[in-house]
Write a protein that binds this ligand. Structure first.
Ligand code: PEP
Ligand code: MG
Length: 570
């Protein structure tokens, strides 16, 4: 038996034979040719064919209800119309090189440009360009790529997989996925998550001679067993069976209340990045949206989105998910999320630099465009406006003053504005420690534990080398969370958690004991978390230090004195 470690992307167990997936390798003719026009014609024909394929993949994914994946192919089809990319390939051919040569060098150069970007999201886009390069070469070489996956169900092992390769796979034959390369931001990882395939990336020791061997991929322990011993087979087969039963049972929780055995209700919301996630909210039965990361509206746009473009995106989400509460966070650009058109200076310490609300309060016109769009959208649903990276009360006051200014302008223009709540992210120790003061200004807090962990422990959230020192349950962090919840409640301010920690089942009971009002998590975590909460019993927990939170008050009213707060105060 051989045990090889990797980085897990999706939990779960896959059991079966391994198929090593190998993309074809092409030998490109380096010699100069004479008929330049013929090469350009071959290039154009290949480009249109690949574009057609990408459009067909888009249609296929849309039909199967995979909007996220469909979006990738829509973007690919658009990339193939990129004039800079086409021109650079044509220039290479004009020097007398073959279409294959031009595709290899032209697409490589474009991929390199993405690779050199600071932003992790854009870095990962280099894989899309390479994917298109390979598809172009497949067409130019007339390769038959139909049967790379084999014909039996298998755990696929590959160097890396491009989105078009992944999507072309016959899903009924795919038991799990292992790649030697790949990053957690890559499309393979995104696809694997959305398809829920047990997946390991960066499994550097994966070997070609595994082909055909029996294996078990154990996503829970981030490893793959090659030719496992009988006790491992028995143990993991039982675990896989248990998982399948659990998954089926989770579906039964749709429509059921999120409350503990003793009746304490908590709001279970989803984190989203834009209108494309509306379906995930509905399918996973989220009760609202606790974090709409509006910066994705900016990241997905080539130029600064207009007020109208932003309004349309916010309205779409609010309308589609009404009457759920939708908390939209104002633009959190900077640090790891940079955008060319923002022309931000390079900083030594971007996480401690010009980001989020600091940009918005400095570039008032930019901020006002978003606030006006949000206020206009407020008429179409139930809106919460949330400001990120707050450290001081004056920042909140200034945000509110600008919001008021926008409101007055819109009212003067005769625009209808709905009701909305105002909140802030608590993601800096400064905000957590001054929560009593800040609570006077807002209706709600949302604990951004991703940044709060980074700033409390001084551990860069982007660094993969600090694993040993990172502790997502660090006592200092947990204390800040608990004290923020208590401070919020002292001032009638409801408190949620929208960082990754909100979905950590090991902390659910603690969060509930501390009186958290809302947990906002990735849509896939909604049902498992609802299950965790419904299996929690707080009846033996006694606290005499809480004030009733507004959220608990309204949502537990019906069940009093049965509810948690009801019991404490009845
Ligand atoms: C957080 O910091 O926990 C958070 C939710 O914000 P983001 O991950 O977008 O920085
Ligand atoms: Mg954050």
């Amino acid at each position: 038996m051989q045990v090889v470690k990797g980085t897990k992307i999706v939990n779960g167990i896959a059991i079966g034979k391994i198929k090593v997936y190998k993309a074809p390798v092409y030998e490109i003719n380096e010699e100069l040719i004479n008929d330049i026009a013929a090469e350009i014609e071959r290039f154009e024909a290949a480009r249109l064919k690949v574009q057609e394929e990408q459009n067909a993949l888009y249609e296929k994914e849309m039909k199967e209800g995979h909007k996220d994946t469909a979006g990738i192919f829509e973007a690919h089809a658009m990339m193939l119309d990129d004039e800079d990319l086409i021109d650079s390939c044509k220039e290479i051919m004009a020097e007398g090189h073959t279409a294959e040569f031009a595709v290899r060098d032209g697409f490589e150069a474009a991929a390199e440009m993405f690779r050199n970007m600071d932003d992790e999201y854009f870095k990962a886009r280099s894989a899309d360009v390479i994917d298109l390069k390979n598809s172009m070469l497949d067409v130019l070489f007339g390769a038959d790529t139909a049967n790379l996956q084999g014909t039996e169900p298998a755990i696929l092992v590959a160097e890396d997989l491009a989105p078009s390769e992944t999507v072309k796979l016959d899903k009924s034959l795919l038991l799990g996925l292992v790649t030697r390369q790949g990053s957690s931001n890559s499309h393979t990882a995104i696809l694997a998550r959305s398809m829920n395939w047990p997946t390991l990336i960066q499994c550097h020791d994966a070997a070609d001679d595994w082909d055909g061997k029996f294996a078990i991929l154990d996503g829970y322990n981030s490893c793959i067993y090659i030719e496992p011993e009988q006790n491992i087979i028995d143990e993991l087969t039982a675990k896989q069976k248990e998982d399948k039963e659990k998954e089926a049972k989770l579906q039964e929780l749709k429509g059921k209340p999120t409350e503990t055995k003793d009746g304490y209700k908590v709001r279970l919301y989803a984190n989203i990045g834009g209108p494309k996630d509306i379906n995930a909210v509905i399918e996973n039965d989220a009760e609202g949206v606790g974090l709409f990361r509006s910066e994705f509206v900016y990241l997905n746009s080539k130029t600064d989105p207009t007020e109208e473009e932003q309004f349309q995106a916010y309205k779409k989400v609010l309308e589609a998910l009404s009457p759920r509460l939708i908390v939209i966070r104002t633009c959190d650009i900077g640090a790891d999320k940079t955008i060319d058109y923002m022309n931000l200076d390079k900083e030594e310490n971007p996480a401690l630099g010009f980001r989020a609300i600091r940009i918005c309060l400095t570039r008032k016109d930019f901020f006002k465009r978003q606030l006006r769009a949000l206020l206009r959208a407020s008429a179409f649903g139930n809106l919460g406006i949330m400001f990120p990276m707050i450290i001081s009360k004056w920042e909140v006051q200034e945000c509110k003053a600008i919001l008021d200014e926008c409101k007055k302008e819109l009212e003067a223009e005769g625009v209808k504005i709905g009701k909305y709540e105002i909140g802030i992210m608590i993601e800096t120790p400064a905000a957590a420690l001054c929560a009593d003061d800040l609570a006077e200004e807002v209706d709600f807090f949302s604990l951004g534990t991703n940044d709060l962990t980074q700033y409390t422990c001084a551990i860069d959230r982007q660094s993969a080398n600090l694993e040993r020192f990172a502790n997502t349950h660090h006592p200092a962090l947990l204390r800040l969370i608990r004290e923020t919840i208590e401070a919020g409640h002292r001032h009638n301010t409801w408190v949620g958690i929208c960082g990754e920690l909100g979905a950590d089942p090991e902390l659910t009971e603690e969060f509930l004991k501390w009186g958290v009002d809302e947990l906002s998590v990735n849509p896939k975590s909604i049902l498992p978390l609802r299950d965790r909460i419904r299996n929690t019993d707080l009846s033996n927990y006694n606290s005499n230090q809480k004030t009733e939170s507004p959220a608990a008050k309204s949502e537990n009213e019906a069940s009093k004195p049965k509810g948690f707060f009801g019991r404490l105060f009845s």
